[in-house]
Design a protein around this ligand. Structure first.
Ligand code: 13P
Length: 259
């Protein structure tokens, strides 16, 4: 049984002081909350301080990227073991902003996902189509390619531990979320492929979460879809009360599915 997984991707927002204040507030608000996994992804500068503030709480910490080498002359890069040592347990990989602005490809995702697992980090691997690709009816082909090339080298066990974030690029930061039906269809396709390519156990265990303009107002409909296991939240995660609202509403998943 997959419990809902709600992660806040802060992108390039929040200073160390702001991050610590937020984490302290959130950890107190969720201290008695069960049945949902809660993760925050601060920028690198605030990673360690946020992880310290979240220690022994219900809040997990993620980095937003990683480099695949263990150490070396790679100016500006950070390794998976450094991220682990800083206190994070997760890492976001292959985000569409990294793909479109910083040259990330399925090949680099493949290397990063392996490095993350080797260091004991849980990867949150992002996939998703652009508007052009959706309009040309290429969504499923693109998802297949991103899974095959980015994640194809993983074992079934690793797929079972992985979080896949389906983030249609046209829904990110636009206020235009995928409808629950569109998300449900894409997630159903991803689950089917995981089953075909990695087996029933991997498909059953892997969390497939949705990202793209998730807010308190639409989380209940999205999470009611059978294959939507949570959310990767950008803008709405910057405000602790709005993020908390999303966390709390995601717990109504089983009730919403029964409607
Ligand atoms: P928004 O929620 O701001 O659309 O961002 C989504 C996202 O990119 C999360 O990784």
């Amino acid at each position: 049984m997959r419990i809902p997984f709600i992660a806040g991707n802060w992108k390039m927002y929040k200073t160390v002081a702001e991050a610590v204040k937020y984490v302290k507030e959130l950890r107190a608000l969720v201290k008695d909350v069960e049945g949902v996994e809660i993760v925050l992804a601060p920028p690198f500068t605030a990673l360690h301080a946020a992880a310290e503030a979240a220690r022994n709480s219900k809040v997990g910490i993620a980095a937003q990227d990683v480099y695949w080498e263990r150490e070396g002359a790679f100016t500006g890069e950070v390794s998976a073991s450094m991220i682990r040592e800083a206190g994070a347990a997760y890492v976001i990989l292959g985000h569409s902003e990294r793909r479109s602005l910083f040259g990330e490809t399925d090949t680099t995702v493949n290397q990063k996902v392996a490095a993350a697992f080797a260091a004991g980090l849980v990867p949150i691997a992002c996939i998703g189509e652009t508007l052009d690709e959706r309009e040309r009816n290429e969504t499923f082909d693109l998802l297949d390619r991103q899974i095959r090339h980015g994640l194809g080298a993983l074992t079934s066990d690793q797929i079972g531990q992985l979080v896949i974030a389906y983030e249609p690029v046209w829904a990110i930061g636009t206020g235009r979320n995928a409808t629950a039906a569109q998300a449900g269809e894409a997630h159903g396709h991803i689950r089917k492929r995981l089953h075909q390519w990695f087996g029933p156990d991997a498909a059953e265990l892997c969390h497939v979460i949705y990202g793209g303009s998730v807010k308190p107002e639409n989380i209940a409909d999205l999470i009611a879809q059978p294959d939507v296991d949570g959310a990767l939240v950008g803008g709405a995660s910057l405000d602790v009360r709005r993020f908390l609202e999303i966390v709390m509403r995601s717990r109504g998943r089983d009730a919403a599915r029964a409607d």
